[in-house]
Design a protein around this ligand. Structure first.
Ligand code: AMP
Length: 543
């Protein structure tokens, strides 16, 4: 085969920042800081600070491929870590602070993190865990000297002091584009979280695909607010995609409630916000209270859980168009985008509404197939459901240091099994119809049914049990525990919930328990969650 005669340049994350710092030098990162004020920095200024950070990391002894962890909200320092760590060849490991303490402890050890950069809001939490974390782990608090907490337990370094005095340029190494750049553990699993290890190449290609597919939201000079955390799959890639297209980033810090978001968006004229439905529900309440949307707000990208018709309608009434997206940690994460196909907008409204509720069409470089229970291909006819498998340049080929999880997720042809059940139509439009994985997604965060069931089963009053997702207006889904008790009259329901609360985060405890004398079984003899979800579909949870 004749080879093309073109140069091969590695696709590197440091190039995105260098590009933005020159081509879009005046575009900004605007952050609401945990210190309380608003901070602004252009991409050009940010390149200077990122360079200083990389020098500081070298001085701290961080070497190629070392894992550097973050425990932080959406803000400019977290953005700097994304680029400073990966740019010098190390791996930026973002940790979700909402995970139960045991899982945070597990992933820090599993990733073999060498340094943990944390906001001062998380110092108390980490102090409590310190004895169970690796003894050689060092701590840096992401603030200035004036806000440094006095922690004799962690003896942390100060972020701003670390940067001081270092040069504002860095000679970025020309890494192999397949070098690992960042690591994110997904808790969308039973048992311990699993790591998705992204490369420079996969990250740059993901940003380029997203820039193409979400053109209506992204563009030079637009202000984009990632309400999805930077610890959730790289905030859906926005810290890479925005600099690539010359959009400014508006970082909300920890303030994800409706009032805080409204105030920031209004002040900054944010054009598009990206996040899970729960955050949009909160913002909607504020919009309805004020009788208007924030100034300049026109576009919303919503994913992580299914979008409802009422949310689409309510935002449209306020001049905001919703684009429904589907993705996964394992896909970097964007898989689909739900913008209307050309010409559909001028057609019947019912057709547009129906399309908006689907998860939309795939991004370039994401390929999809459906398979049945026997592994046979399912037709892309828009009606036949099958388990969704994907492959592409920004999809994991394996989990980090977890052969067992890899073996059960990747099929013989190298496709990744999503655990979602879906239909695909002829133009590749995806509709998620069910979930094969036994999990509940509440406000964008996962709860493992099996983990809760195992804890509940250790209570003497529980003979058999099952946890299922019940629809919830604010959180999307909430867990309901269904129990076959040893003796109905004496079952200690409060005691069962208290036992669960001892082992998991408070938001993972089921909202309610119902007693039953038997659980429906599937033909395999396993408890049929599908039947249970149907039986309890209209169950009203206590407020
Ligand atoms: P995560 O890796 O935590 O981002 O979770 C990915 C999973 O969230 C997917 O496999 C789906 O089960 C679910 N999910 C993501 N986006 C959507 C969506 N738009 N509609 C329905 N489920 C979704």
């Amino acid at each position: 085969m004749m080879q093309g005669m073109m140069m091969h340049r590695p696709l590197l994350i440091s190039d995105i920042l260098e590009f933005a710092a020159s081509a879009y030098s005046e575009q900004e990162i605007i952050s609401r800081r945990v210190e309380g004020d608003i901070h602004r920095a252009t991409y050009a200024q940010t390149r200077g600070r990122v360079s200083q950070l990389s020098h500081a990391l070298v001085e701290l002894g961080v070497g190629p491929s070392d894992r550097v962890a973050t425990l932080a909200w959406n803000g400019y320092r977290h953005f700097e870590l994304y680029y400073g760590v990966s740019g010098m060849g190390a791996v930026c490991h973002t940790i979700n602070p909402r995970l139960p303490a045991e899982q945070i402890e597990y992933i820090i050890s599993h990733a073999e993190d060498t340094i943990l950069f944390l906001e001062f809001t998380f110092v108390d939490m980490i102090e409590k865990l310190k004895d169970r974390l690796p003894s050689n782990l060092r701590y840096v608090v992401m603030t200035d000297e004036a806000h440094m907490p006095s922690s004799t337990t962690l003896s942390p370094l100060c972020y701003e002091t670390l940067l001081e005095g270092h040069p504002t340029t860095f000679d970025w190494p020309e890494l192999d584009e397949n070098t690992a750049a960042s690591l994110c553990y997904t808790s969308g699993t039973t048992g311990n979280p699993k790591g998705a290890l992204y490369s420079h190449r996969s990250t740059v290609l993901h940003a380029m695909s997203a820039a193409l597919s979400f053109m209506n939201a992204l563009g030079e000079g637009r202000k984009i607010l990632p309400a999805v955390p930077l610890f959730h799959v790289n905030a859906w890639g926005l810290p890479y995609t925005c600099p690539l297209v010359g959009a400014s980033l508006v970082m909300p810090g920890p303030g994800l409630d409706g009032d805080s978001l409204f105030e920031l968006m209004d002040a900054e004229s944010v054009y598009s916000m990206w996040g899970v439905p729960t955050v949009f529900q909160g913002l909607l309440a504020t919009i309805q209270e004020k009788g208007r949307a924030p100034d300049g707000f026109c576009d919303a990208v919503i994913g992580g859980s299914a979008v409802t018709q009422s949310l689409i309608d309510a935002y449209r009434e306020n001049g905001v168009e919703i684009c429904h997206a589907w993705g996964m940690t394992e896909l970097s994460p964007l898989g689909t985008q739900g913008n209307l196909p050309a010409g559909m907008a001028s057609g019947p409204k019912a057709e547009c509404d129906a399309f908006k509720l689907t998860q939309g069409r795939r991004l370039f470089s994401v390929q999809m197939k459906l398979v049945d229970d026997n592994g046979a291909a399912v037709a892309h006819d828009g009606v036949s459901p099958g388990e969704l498998y994907v492959r592409g340049n920004s999809t994991i080929s394996q989990y980090y240091q977890n052969d067992a999880a890899t073996a059960s997720a990747i099929d013989a042809d190298g496709w990744f099994g999503t655990g979602d059940v879906a239909t695909l139509d002829a133009r590749g439009c995806l509709t998620i119809t069910d979930r094969a994985k036994d999990l509940i997604k509440s406000g964008g965060e996962w709860i493992s049914s099996l983990d809760i069931e195992n804890i509940a089963m250790s209570h003497p009053d529980v003979r058999q049990c099952a946890v299922i997702a019940v629809p919830h207006e604010k959180w999307g889904e909430r867990p309901l525990l269904i129990v076959v008790p040893e003796a109905e009259s004496t079952a200690d329901l409060a005691g069962i919930l208290a036992l669960i609360g001892k082992h998991v985060s408070s938001w993972q405890v089921p909202d309610d328990i119902v007693l039953t004398d038997r659980l429906p079984l599937a033909p395999t003899g396993k408890i049929s969650k599908k039947d249970l979800r149907e039986i309890y579909a209209d169950y009203v949870l206590p407020q």
